[in-house]
Design a binder for this molecule. Structure first.
Ligand SMILES: Cc1cc2nc3c(=O)[nH]c(=O)nc-3n(C[C@H](O)[C@H](O)[C@H](O)COP(=O)(O)OP(=O)(O)OC[C@H]3O[C@@H](n4cnc5c(N)ncnc54)[C@H](O)[C@@H]3O)c2cc1C
Length: 436
């Protein structure tokens, strides 16, 4: 948010402020005058943040890079979206306020003089006002749905398509209703630019074009299911697969109706080699996947995405994986094993819930040995979970900690390592298996 949304919001506020008389900026103007000015400001800020959310939804590589990975980008997208919904509600309450306050007898009933609006005639203005309410309702309802965790992801994703529609309506509402004399000012023109750019992205999103230039076809080349039910999937990508770095993930689509799901690429990149994915049955789609996916199936692989970057092989590092969170480390282990092993000391703490889960992946001990990585494997059901002290003893010399696993454990461990074991802020690198 800090990098784009904040400067953009500040720019909108400054461009709005230069248009306002002192009594507005000192909040000493009469209620209706204040309301008109603040309606304009909140509307522009809402459109600005909706536009920024649309830009994030486009997931451009430069933005993913600067935000530290797609999982972090979606987090910013979420908060930009929540802020936009709150601004739309404020904007709407400001619009409704006179009628409400007059009904409460707090202010005189208002007789509205006709005045020229943005680009449109009276009928267009009327339509734009009405459509503004539609857009607000769509934003509010979808905003609430997006936050309700019990809504299955599949529904969440389908309903999310309502936001580009809300943006298109909001853009029309904004351009038509910005007063004509303001439309040609830098404030007005910025609004128009955001409305246009956001609308182009909204149309791309509704047409399913987002991520298209990062989609690659592929075929399932092998499938096996471990004792613990983990699907060990190998995919042969088309020759235009650009390669990937250890720790990156891809959006896999095996079933167009179901849409893409993110899975980490659990293998190092070698031209012509298959991509490996380790999939744990965690929900309604993955629980039934083992019974449906078979060798030869067509698959779309979008990516690579993610910035879970392992940095320099000469560094001393601490890795912590919980359950299926081992996926990003497998790719790194393969790469280290293929390049003569880690030069810096690497301590790898791998925690699994059951002995069955510890059977994945086969040959882990040997792979760690060839990669020059010290493996500390723990079956929680038998030996209890690692405590932060066991991990912390290696942190003070380490360049950082790379973590992939349950969110709750991540929070507890990060706090303990920073408070009790001298882990510097920003040295706890985390891959979040969660977009929502
Ligand atoms: C960056 C990243 C890397 C991941 N890597 C792996 C991996 O290597 N192996 C693995 O087993 N799992 C991985 N996951 C998790 C995996 O994507 C989800 O478990 C899977 O999508 C669940 O789908 P479902 O329909 O079975 O579950 P649901 O019951 O629908 O959802 C379970 C959880 O998964 C999330 N989820 C569901 N569908 C999607 C989707 N299409 N996109 C994003 N999140 C979704 C939901 O937020 C929900 O919290 C990763 C997730 C992310 C974000």
């Amino acid at each position: 948010m800090k990098r784009i949304a904040l400067p953009l919001s500040l720019l909108i506020v400054v461009l709005w402020a230069v248009l306002q008389p002192a009594e507005i900026l000192s909040f000493s103007a009469p209620f209706l005058t204040m309301r008109k000015a603040l309606t304009l400001l909140t509307g522009a800020l809402a459109l600005g943040l909706m536009g920024f959310s649309m830009l994030l939804a486009l997931r451009p590589a430069w933005l993913e890079r600067s935000l530290g990975g797609l999982d972090k980008l979606f987090k910013v997208h979420k908060w930009a979206g929540i802020s936009a919904v709150l601004l739309v509600v404020t904007h709407w309450l400001l619009i409704l306020s006179p009628r409400t306050l007059a009904e409460w007898g707090w202010i005189e009933k208002i007789i509205r003089p006709n005045r020229p609006h943005g680009a449109g005639g009276e009928s267009l203005v009327g339509l734009a006002k009405e459509m503004g309410e539609w857009s607000a309702w769509i934003m509010i309802v979808l905003g609430i749905v997006a936050l309700l965790r019990f809504v299955p992801y599949g529904w969440f994703r389908k309903l999310h398509k309502g936001f580009p529609i809300a943006f298109l309506i909001g853009a029309f509402h904004s351009v038509i209703l910005v007063p004509k004399e303001i439309l040609t000012t830098p404030f007005g023109m910025l609004n128009v630019v955001i409305a246009l750019v956001g609308s182009v992205i909204a149309v791309q999103s509704l047409a399913g074009m987002i991520g298209r230039n990062r989609k690659h076809s592929g075929r399932v080349s092998s499938v096996s299911v471990t004792e613990a039910g983990i699907i060990d999937l190998q995919v042969t990508p088309s020759t235009d697969w650009p390669g990937h770095k250890e720790g990156q993930f891809a959006l896999l689509t095996l079933d167009r109706k179901e849409g893409p799901h993110p899975f980490t690429i659990a293998s190092d990149w070698k031209p012509g080699a298959p991509l490996r994915f380790a999939i744990k049955p965690l929900g309604d789609y993955t629980r039934t996947l083992a019974g449906r996916v078979k060798v030869g199936d067509a698959i779309t692989v979008e990516g690579p995405y993610g910035r879970f970057d392992f940095g320099d092989v000469s560094e001393e590092q601490v890795w912590v994986a919980g359950g299926i969170g081992i996926a990003p480390f497998l790719a790194r282990l393969e790469s280290l094993a293929a390049s003569g092993g880690a030069q810096g000391k690497v301590h790898f703490f791998y925690s699994v819930t059951s002995a069955a889960e510890a059977t994945f992946p086969v040959g882990l001990e040997d792979l760690c040995w060839r990669a020059g990585v010290d493996l500390h494997l723990r079956v929680d059901a038998i030996d209890g979970q690692f405590d932060s002290g066991e991990i912390g003893q290696f942190v003070n010399k380490a360049r950082g900690v790379w973590f992939c696993g349950p969110a709750g454990w991540a929070r507890i461990l990060q706090t303990a390592l920073q408070q009790n074991h001298g882990l510097l802020p920003g040295r706890f690198h985390r891959e979040v298996f969660e977009f929502r």
